[in-house]
Each structure stands twice: as structure tokens, then as C-alpha cells.
Unconditional design. Structure first.
Length: 384
């Protein structure tokens, strides 16, 4: 009823102006959106100062027409969800007819601080989102988020509350934060689409995440390279860690040259192929490598691979195989000792293995007089 009264008032004002100014002129035009699609039920108001002269509404094809007397006016073209458009307009007989097409821009604009974001696997990333209302209405805006499988996305208010809809007053903006949890096994890139909807309108903002591979502190070998020889059994300490806040079951696989034997053993010496680790815990293990006898001299790779549902890490060990050789060093620190009748004296003899393989050493001592008797007593490692 109120709208009908306004239209009648506008018609009465137009008739009054017509009677006062004489000739009435026909004008027609079209209202469209930014893509050129016709806008139905858009309001076209003719203003003269603070006075509403005429108000018409566009049809399904976005077209409108109006009868106006000569004069200077302002057209206000408006539809809910769009920014109003104000156009100065001069009504004169020679300008009658088609006055052209008018384009309305959306009232809501969603702006992300960045559209391409770099992150690492397992990161939590925050992207600032601004929702700007350039219209004249209080507009509620709904959001939906589309992300790759396994990604977690939430829109947060400045107070940290998760939201899917915000109301934006006219001429103002709302600040939000898009919080993204990148999976620990995320691929190289990920696309997140933020869709804002209001008044049967929408805007899409596409964010591209460039994901770098994180070097997880899962597997650590005590050495990167070791020396060996044909027939050697090499032991390399290793540590397996679970850096995640949830339990992980790790499979363990070793890879060695053909003919070699490699395995991972627990502190009891038992071969294992799987380890269950509680969150943020670790276990110490040993990599055992047997170098077969016919192996030629050279450098050979041995690889350890551990994997869970979320993590996969490998570490490579270089084994330098040399020809087997024995070098023994005998050190006698004291060259001369003094003895008295009935006394005894210990003399330290140091035997060192400077070769690359275990060896056996036979020690003997000869006294130049029968009055002396000598023998050996071993200490330290019995095998060299």
C-alpha cells in the first residue's frame, strides 16, 4: 500500500510538472548487471532535488520506460544486493526515446589479502578476508568453502568464532580470517574456493596454495657413510621418531645391493618390520648390514624406508667397501725395567689393529736368562 501511494504521488508530481512545463516526453532504457544480463524488478527513480518525480520498475527483460516533462533530473537506479547508480539526466524533446543501458555493480565485494600462498606440509595458514558492502542495505552474506580432501578450512571472526554467515552494514566492511590446516601428506598444490552468496548473487574467490615438502624429523641414522670389507657385519644405530600428535604405525623396509643382507633390529636383537609409536615418542634401533665375501671394492648404497598412513621418509647410507687387510702395531712404552731378587714387575704392552678387518695376534716373549720368567695377561678387548 505504501509503495502504491509513493507511485501515485510520483505520478501526481509528474502530472503537476507536466501541466506546469507543457510537453511530456517518452524515454526508455535498460538495466543490466556487470556481465550485461538484464535485471528484472530494478527500481528507476526520477529525482528533482529532494523531490521524487517518478518511480518505475524494470520488466523481465530489464527494460523500463517513463514519461517526463522537460527539465533536469537525477536517475537513481537500484536493486537489492547491488550498488545504487546515480545519473544526471536532462529531459528535452530532442533527447527523447532510448536513453541507453545502465549497469549495476554488486554491493558486496570479497577480497583476500593473498591469492597465492606458500606453505609447508602440516602448516596452519591464516588468510585475511575482507567483506565490503558498498550498497545502501544491511546485507547478510553466507559463505561456503570448497577444499581438497583432507584439508580443514574455517572462517573466523576477529574474536576467534567460527562463522558461515555475517551481516554487513551499508557502507562498511567485516574482517574475517580463513584458517587452513594443510595435511602432512599434501600434494604440491591445493585449491580452495571461497563462495560468498547474498540476495541470489554470489562471488567466488579462488586461493592457490603452493605446498613445499617438509623434512620431517622421523628417521635419523648415526652416520651418513661407513667403511667395510668383504665379510664384514656393520652395525649402524638409528632413531625412529613420531613427530605427530597422534599414534603412528611405521613399516620399515631396507634396500641393499644384490647378495647383501640388511635388516633393522630392536634392542633385543630381533628383526622388526613394523613399529607402533605413541605421539611425540621415539625408539632406538640398529641397522645391520652384512657385506658378502665376493664384494668388490667400491661405494654401495643402503637405504632405509619408513612409512605410516601420513608420513613416508627414506634415508640413504653409503658403504665404502675396501679390500681386507691386516696391520698390527705393537707398542712397548718402557724399554728398561729394574728388578731385585724375588720381585716382579708388570710391563704394559699395547697391541693395536690398524687394519680394516678383525685379526688374531699371537704374542710370545723370550728371556735371555733362566733366572727370569715372563708371561702375558690380557686386558681390554680380546678380539682385534
Amino acid at each position: 500500500m505504501r509503495r502504491l501511494s509513493l507511485v501515485l504521488l510520483a505520478v501526481i508530481v509528474a502530472l503537476a510538472l507536466s501541466n506546469a512545463q507543457g510537453q511530456v516526453i517518452l524515454f526508455f532504457g535498460r538495466v543490466a548487471d556487470e556481465e550485461g544480463r538484464p535485471l528484472a524488478k530494478a527500481q528507476v527513480a526520477v529525482l528533482q532535488g529532494d523531490l521524487l518525480v517518478l518511480a518505475v520498475e524494470t520488466g523481465a527483460d530489464g527494460r523500463f520506460q517513463m514519461m517526463l516533462p522537460r527539465g533536469s533530473y537525477v536517475l537513481r537506479i537500484y536493486k537489492y544486493g547491488y550498488q545504487p547508480l546515480y545519473v544526471s539526466f536532462e529531459a528535452a524533446p530532442e533527447r527523447g526515446g532510448d536513453i541507453g543501458s545502465f549497469s549495476l555493480r554488486k554491493a558486496i565485494t570479497v577480497v583476500a589479502d593473498a591469492l597465492r600462498i606458500s606453505a609447508l606440509q602440516g602448516d596452519k595458514v591464516q588468510v585475511k578476508i575482507r567483506v565490503v558492502n558498498s550498497g545502501i542495505d544491511f546485507i547478510p552474506v553466507r559463505f561456503s568453502l570448497q577444499a581438497p580432501a583432507g584439508w580443514e578450512c574455517t572462517l573466523l571472526t576477529p574474536e576467534g568464532l567460527a562463522v558461515s554467515e555475517v551481516s554487513v552494514p551499508p557502507g562498511s566492511q567485516r574482517n574475517l580470517t580463513l584458517q587452513v590446516s594443510v595435511p602432512i601428506n599434501a600434494a604440491a598444490t591445493g585449491e580452495i574456493e571461497v563462495v560468498a552468496s547474498w540476495a541470489e548473487l554470489s562471488q567466488r574467490v579462488n586461493l592457490t596454495f603452493v605446498i613445499g615438502e617438509r623434512r620431517w624429523d622421523v628417521l635419523a641414522l648415526a652416520y651418513e657413510a661407513v667403511n667395510g670389507f668383504p665379510g664384514a657385519l656393520i652395525r649402524v644405530p638409528l632413531t625412529l621418531r613420531n613427530p605427530l600428535p597422534q599414534q603412528q604405525s611405521f613399516s620399515i623396509v631396507t634396500s641393499a645391493p644384490p647378495g647383501w643382507i640388511s635388516a633393522v633390529v630392536d634392542p633385543q636383537g630381533l628383526t622388526i618390520s613394523r613399529v607402533n609409536l605413541q605421539p611425540l615418542t621415539s625408539v632406538n634401533l640398529t641397522l645391520m648390514i652384512y657385506v658378502p665375501q665376493p664384494t668388490l671394492a667400491g661405494s654401495y648404497p643402503v637405504e632405509v624406508i619408513v612409512a605410516s598412513d601420513l608420513l613416508k621418509v627414506s634415508r640413504r647410507l653409503s658403504v665404502s667397501v675396501e679390500s681386507r687387510y691386516d696391520v698390527v702395531e705393537l707398542v712397548l712404552p718402557a724399554k728398561q725395567v729394574e728388578l731385585t731378587g724375588g720381585s716382579s714387575r708388570s710391563v704394559t704392552v699395547i697391541v693395536r689393529n690398524l687394519g680394516n678387518a678383525p685379526t688374531q695376534v699371537v704374542l710370545s716373549a723370550t728371556c735371555q736368562t733362566t733366572a727370569l720368567r715372563c708371561y702375558f695377561q690380557a686386558s681390554g678387548k680380546g678380539n682385534l
